[in-house]
Design a protein around this ligand. Structure first.
Ligand SMILES: Cc1cc2nc3c(=O)[nH]c(=O)nc-3n(C[C@H](O)[C@H](O)[C@H](O)COP(=O)(O)OP(=O)(O)OC[C@H]3O[C@@H](n4cnc5c(N)ncnc54)[C@H](O)[C@@H]3O)c2cc1C
Length: 385
């Protein structure tokens, strides 16, 4: 089985899907993904192939070398990459989506012209750093600070769980620039910090999954950054961060939709081939129902991702809907990997098959990008609770 039906997609989006799938299959055959997961190898060649195809420019306007794509285009792209391998979608989400858009939406014209064309050509790797060792969901509690010294700022603190920081050229770093601001988030600013600056130390963290794009701790010890590296206005970062949440949740939900479809494909393929009691296990109703449940979950994840993409393209306020999409996308993605593993029995539990990787990789979804408990808080608040 391939990706779910293409109803509602434009001819360009259908072509985009075909072209991205063939690129991903060519650059990352299944055995190669397994090898890279074992060796914790970042998928650089595949990312460069995306750059060469012009795909990194999809979220950016043509004036910076981009393709000026819609939110729905971005959803289609991420769903397709995640269908082949969610790690490839993560590379895309990290630089062009989570990090680069801060330069696009908050950066000066000079900064946009300096960094965006290079990012789109695949010459610039970024990571986004908000979370700290003692501050995850309560993002307003960050302690990393930047203090002005002449034309520079001196940054001190630590960031935690930062995806792909070990390959990044720059960190889009959220810091406190006004320690006395009330509420605290009124004193936040964003900086573009070179990873090779004196005082930056990046240490890998060991996690259950997502081993190719893995995650890191960043220590910042008297790091000197020119004031012109500030992204946007001083102490005004919070509003921009909140403004970027819809795109972040859309991206996570589209990623989940693609992953859920992949788990279904693999489980269905296996169930048709595996024979027990002289018949394929796909003949047992218990297995058929599991596959039906996966189909339902994959379809719902996709419906929600596309729905919010269309709402965002129409300029409709969809803060609550993007929270719902993030929950449906990530929980259905994990459920599909979990059910898929059960359908495969011991083979699913073995390191030989990729379902175990999907089970490990998808477990992050409900935790990262604003946990699903936080998303449910947002939904409850919107209901006056
Ligand atoms: C693999 C990985 C990659 C990551 N990549 C990045 C990255 O690139 N950049 C970045 O900045 N961060 C990144 N993160 C961090 C991620 O965003 C945080 O893990 C997430 O925001 C949750 O924070 P926490 O883990 O500190 O959990 P905590 O905030 O400590 O929460 C622990 C538990 O309590 C629950 N909880 C907390 N507050 C509430 C509440 N008010 N109501 C109900 N439940 C609550 C949470 O939902 C969770 O279940 C990454 C994390 C991982 C594991």
């Amino acid at each position: 089985m391939a990706l779910l039906n293409d109803f509602g997609l434009t001819e360009e989006q259908k072509l985009m899907r075909e072209s991205l799938l063939s690129l991903a299959e060519r650059m990352l055959p299944r055995d190669r993904i397994r090898e890279m997961d074992e060796n914790r190898e970042w998928p650089r060649e595949a990312y460069q192939a995306l750059a060469k195809g012009g795909w990194l420019g999809l979220p950016y306007p043509e004036e910076y070398g981009g393709l000026g794509g819609s939110y729905k285009d971005i959803a289609v792209l991420l769903e397709t990459l995640a269908y082949h391998y969610s790690g490839l979608a993560t590379t895309y989400m990290t630089t062009p989506v989570y990090s680069g858009v801060h330069i696009l939406h908050s950066g000066s014209e000079e900064m946009k012209r300096e960094y965006l064309p290079a990012l789109i050509k695949g010459e610039l790797y970024l990571c986004f750093a908000l979370t700290e060792p003692h501050t995850g969901s309560d993002a307003a509690g960050i302690k990393t600070n930047a203090v002005r010294q002449g034309d520079d700022f001196i940054i001190n603190g630590a960031k935690c769980w930062i995806t792909s920081a070990h390959v990044a050229d720059y960190i889009v770093l959220v810091v406190k620039t006004d320690p006395d601001a009330v509420p605290a988030h009124n004193g936040f600013s964003k900086f573009l910090v070179p990873t090779n600056a004196k005082g930056v130390d990046i240490q890998p963290l060991d996690t259950v999954g997502r081993r190719t794009t893995h995650t890191n701790q960043i220590f910042l010890d008297d790091v000197r950054v020119p004031a012109r590296n500030m992204i946007g206005a001083e102490n005004k970062a919070w509003k921009a961060l909140m403004g970027g949440l819809n795109l972040e949740r859309l991206a996570i939900s589209a990623n989940g939709a693609g992953g859920a479809q992949k788990a279904l494909s693999l489980a269905q393929e296996y169930a048709k081939e595996r024979v027990q009691f002289d018949q394929p296990i796909s003949d047992f109703q218990a297995i058929q129902h599991k596959l039906s449940d996966m189909r339902i979950k994959a379809e719902l994840a996709r419906l929600m991702a596309y729905r919010v993409a269309e709402m965002m393209d129409a300029g409709v306020d969809c803060r609550v809907e993007t929270s719902i999409a993030k929950i449906v996308g990530t929980e259905n993605d994990f459920d599909c990997a979990n059910i898929g593993l059960q359908i495969m029995g011991a083979a699913g539990y073995s390191m030989e098959h990729e379902m175990q990787r999907m089970f490990r990789d998808t477990r992050l979804g409900p935790i990262g990008g604003g946990s699903n408990e936080i998303q449910r808080n947002i939904i409850a608040k919107s209901m006056g609770l």
